[in-house]
Each structure stands twice: as structure tokens, then as C-alpha cells.
Design a protein around this ligand. Structure first.
Ligand code: FDA
Length: 454
């Protein structure tokens, strides 16, 4: 067993862990980053699939994400706008394909009024929520005891309005059915992006992409850290002394033992309990970590010889709460003559298609995509499904959220250090929650916590 001594050992070479490591090293601390996978980046992964560059994980940058934008600037990475010229597509319950511009779907006038009213109500509630402390809202407990689906039912009886508003948070963000998470969790999701209106506005939330792919952020951070980053090092055991936090920690993989003053667990909170602790973590952590779970979504990539939908005057942006693929976008790479569409199949729909053979699943998904863009969409030259549910070191997508009642009950303790053990991840962020921006924010904050400057 190789022994390494350092000030801080970071477990996880995703955006969060690498940001913490970078900041700690800049402050003069010696760091080691241990990464289970044989690649850097965690949920950021830009890969070549059959000759097409695909963003298998996170990719979009929105204008409020200043921590991510600062990092992109520091690393010299350029961005470009998502293609959005032309009309969007909405598919109604009866299968009718309707074209529209702007944010409000082409639904009957009564439904439109209900949607606008719900957005206003949600914006007003979200304005009262501090994304860094949603549990501090005076009605936090009450809002955490009702599912988002039930809450919507108390606001309107218009099914299409409920489905559409539900879709923005459920299928599109937390990637869990709207009956499976609370109204408070939904409000946190919206507050983390500034307002509910921002989430509804695809031009805001899915504004830009990074030339060459977003995985360059963790790749370049790791490159600067050099030998301090070790891949293929799954952390199995952490030894610590509860009565003597200054005694530090020993972090053990199959081949390395790192002795440090602090450890940062920069991984999704659902993976914290995959590590053995000697002695065990306290009761509160044992309980709390059982109340978090990953959402589940299939990100589908379909590449065509040309972006044919543009010739039909379509932006590529498409939505329907009635379709297997509930949202889709033009995801053509910068300076690429080929056209790429990206679509999403969420939660129970994803369960459903994963019970089919790969061939049947592909046929069902492309059929749904063709309802938006026409029969040409049935024959991509490259087709790929990002399946994060099968990834041992992630186990779902996009991120983790609390079960009903969990956010009000445990939220305040999620990031509280336990002796020399600190926690960092996008899934624990306030602003930028579930996004790379949040991963970077929490990474910076945990470094400040260790440096004693927070
Ligand atoms: P992350 O999960 O990236 O890193 C944790 C690391 O810890 C991993 O590398 C893992 O292997 C490692 N690890 C786990 N257990 C370990 C152990 N025991 N020992 C050692 N290492 C261990 N965001 C966004 O801003 N815009 C977007 O468009 C999208 N879209 C999107 C699509 C898809 C399909 C996904 C899956 C995700 C997104 N996201 C996103 C979310 C975004 O990718 C995510 O929030 C951040 O990349 C998370 O970064 P973290 O560093 O917090 O965790």
C-alpha cells in the first residue's frame, strides 16, 4: 500500500472536487484528489461516439451562472449560443402538432390563463425562498409535506396546465414524477435558478454551450493539478477520530492510503454511504443520507447529415407532456455541418423503455422525436442514449433530491462537516443546485470552510 501525506484529500474529480482542490492549492495547501473512475469529470463527459462529439452529461450554461462563467473565462473556454431561430413545436393530447413562438405553449385560452396564473404564483412563492436555506421559510414544513403534484391540484383543475407546469420541474429538472417530491423541493429547484420564469424560459436556462465540450472544465482543472489527481482510485474506507478532529483522517483505496488533516467528499450524497467509516458516521448522517435519491432521465442524441428541421423554419425546440420524449432541442455542435437533436425521456417513461430491447427502445424514442420534426428524424446517422442509471459512480441523472419531508427535516445539516470530513457537490448547492455552477460554488465554499475564511 502506497502512503501519501497531504493537507487535504478530495474524493471525486468532478467539477466540485476539482474546484475545491484548485482553491486549496492556491491558498498553499497540499492536496490529493482520488477519483474512482478511470476518467476525470464525473457527470461532465464529452465523448466521440461513432465520429460525433456528444455531451453525454451536462452541457448548458445560463447567464446567471456566474461561478461557472468565471471558471470558463479563467480556463480560456469559449461559448456559443444554442440554435433557436424559427418556430417551436408543441404536441397536444390528441397528437395535434402546433407551432409557436415565445415561452407559452399553444394551448386553449383557458389553459393558457391557468399556466400564466401558475407561473405568477410560483414566481411569488419562489421570491420568498432563500435557495441556500429553503428550510427557513416560515411554511417550509407544510410545503415539504405536500407533493408538487398535489400542490398543483390545489391551484387549478386544468389538467393540461398542471401537466405542463409539472413537467418543467418534474420531467425536466428533478427527473422524478411530480408525486414523488415536495412543493418545497420544487420551489428550491426554481429558486436555485433565480425564479420559476427562468426555468420555463428555455432561452435562459439552456442558453449557451462550450466550444469543444463542458468536460474541458474538469479536464483543464485536473491538468493544472497534475500528479495530485489519481484516477482508478475508488475510496473504500475513511478512518477518523471523533474525539480528536485535529488528528485528521486516513483515506484508503485498494492501493493508496492518504493521511491528511481534512477530507472533502465531493460526490453525489447517495454515494457517501458506499464508503465505510471507522468509526461509523454519526446517527444524523446515517438517517439523512437515506432520504436522498437520484432522479432518472435518458438523454438521447440523434445526429443527422444536416440540421434538416432548420429548412422547415423550426428552431428544434419541442415540448409535450404527452410524448415519450417530453422535450427536445437543436444540439448541433459549433461549426459542425451535421445536425444534432437532443431529447429527454424522464423517470417512469425511462423505466418503461428500459424494459424493452435496445432496438425497440430506439424505435419508440425516434418515433416520438419524429412527431415533432417529421419522418426524416427516424433515420439518424448516429444514435446514442446517455444512461447514467447504469453508472456505478453516479447511479442516476441529473442529480439527487430529498424525498417528501426530507428537505425541511434534514436540509440544514446536509453540508455540515463531521469532524475533519467535509461535503461538496452540485446536489448540495443553493444557487446552481443540480448544475455545474452549483458544483463550483460549493467547491469554493468548502475550500473556504477548510481555510477558515468562510
Ligand atoms: P460529480 O458526480 O460530477 O463528481 C463526483 C465524482 O466522484 C465522480 O467523478 C465520481 O466518479 C467520483 N466518486 C464517487 N464515489 C467515489 C469514491 N468512493 N471514490 C472516489 N471517487 C468517487 N448541469 C448543467 O449545469 N448544465 C446541464 O446542461 C446539465 N445537464 C446534465 C445532463 C446529464 C445527462 C447529467 C447526468 C447531468 C447534467 N447536469 C447539467 C448536472 C451536472 O453535470 C452536475 O450537476 C455536475 O457535473 C456535478 O458535479 P459534482 O462534482 O458535484 O459531482
Amino acid at each position: 500500500m502506497e502512503r501519501i501525506d497531504c493537507d487535504v484529500v478530495i474524493v471525486g474529480a468532478g467539477a466540485s472536487g476539482l474546484t475545491a482542490a484548485t482553491k486549496l492549492r492556491a491558498a498553499g495547501k497540499s492536496v490529493v484528489v482520488l477519483e474512482a473512475r478511470d476518467r476525470i469529470g464525473g457527470r461532465l463527459w464529452t465523448d466521440d461516439i461513432d465520429g460525433a462529439m456528444l455531451e453525454i452529461g451536462g452541457q448548458w450554461v445560463s447567464p446567471d451562472q456566474d461561478a461557472l462563467i468565471e471558471t470558463l473565462e479563467e480556463l480560456g473556454l469559449a461559448t456559443y449560443e444554442r440554435y433557436r431561430e424559427g418556430e417551436n413545436v408543441y404536441i397536444a393530447e390528441n397528437g395535434e402538432r402546433r407551432l409557436f413562438e415565445g415561452d407559452i405553449f399553444p394551448v386553449p385560452a383557458k389553459t393558457e390563463g391557468e399556466i400564466v396564473g401558475l407561473i405568477e404564483k410560483l414566481d411569488a412563492l419562489v421570491a420568498e425562498i432563500d435557495p441556500d436555506a429553503p428550510w427557513a421559510h416560515p411554511r417550509a414544513k407544510e410545503l415539504d409535506e405536500v407533493s408538487f403534484a398535489e400542490w398543483l391540484g390545489t391551484q387549478t383543475d386544468d389538467e393540461e396546465a398542471k401537466l405542463n407546469i409539472g413537467m418543467f420541474i418534474a420531467g425536466a429538472m428533478l427527473t422524478k414524477p411530480a408525486h414523488a417530491f415536495s412543493a418545497l423541493q420544487a420551489l428550491l429547484m426554481a429558486a436555485s435558478a433565480g425564479s420559476f420564469s427562468n426555468l420555463v424560459d428555455a432561452d435562459f436556462i439552456l442558453d449557451k454551450r462550450v466550444v469543444g465540450g463542458l468536460q474541458q472544465v474538469p479536464l483543464l482543472l485536473a491538468e493544472r493539478l497534475g500528479d495530485a489527481v489519481r484516477t482508478g482510485q475508488a475510496v473504500r474506507t475513511i478512518r477518523w477520530t471523533p474525539d480528536a478532529p485535529d488528528a485528521g483522517v486516513v483515506v484508503v483505496t485498494d492501493s493508496v492510503e492518504v493521511h491528511a488533516k481534512h477530507v472533502v467528499l465531493a460526490l453525489p450524497p447517495i454515494l457517501i454511504s458506499r464508503i465505510s467509516y471507522e468509526p461509523p458516521l454519526p446517527r444524523r448522517q446515517h438517517q439523512m443520507h437515506q432520504h436522498l435519491s437520484m432522479g432518472f432521465v435518458i438523454k438521447v442524441h440523434a445526429v443527422y447529415e444536416t440540421p434538416f428541421w432548420r429548412e422547415q423554419g423550426l428552431s428544434g425546440t419541442a415540448f409535450s407532456p404527452y410524448e415519450l420524449v417530453h422535450e427536445a432541442y437543436d444540439n448541433t455542435n459549433h461549426d459542425d455541418p451535421r445536425g444534432t437533436l437532443v431529447g429527454f425521456v424522464s423517470d417512469e417513461e425511462a423505466d418503461g423503455v428500459f424494459s424493452l430491447s435496445a432496438e425497440e427502445r430506439k424505435a419508440r424514442i425516434l418515433e416520438s422525436i419524429s412527431h415533432y420534426y417529421g419522418p426524416e428524424a427516424l433515420n439518424p446517422v448516429v444514435y446514442y442514449e446517455s444512461d447514467w442509471g447504469s453508472e456505478e459512480w453516479t447511479r442516476g441523472a441529473y442529480a439527487a433530491s430529498f424525498d417528501m419531508g426530507g428537505l425541511a427535516r434534514y436540509g440544514a445539516d446536509l453540508r455540515a462537516p463531521v469532524g475533519p470530513i467535509h461535503f461538496s457537490c452540485s446536489d448540495m448547492a443553493g444557487k446552481g443546485y443540480q448544475h455545474v455552477d452549483g458544483a463550483i460554488r460549493v467547491g469554493r465554499e468548502v475550500a473556504d470552510e477548510i481555510l477558515g475564511t468562510s
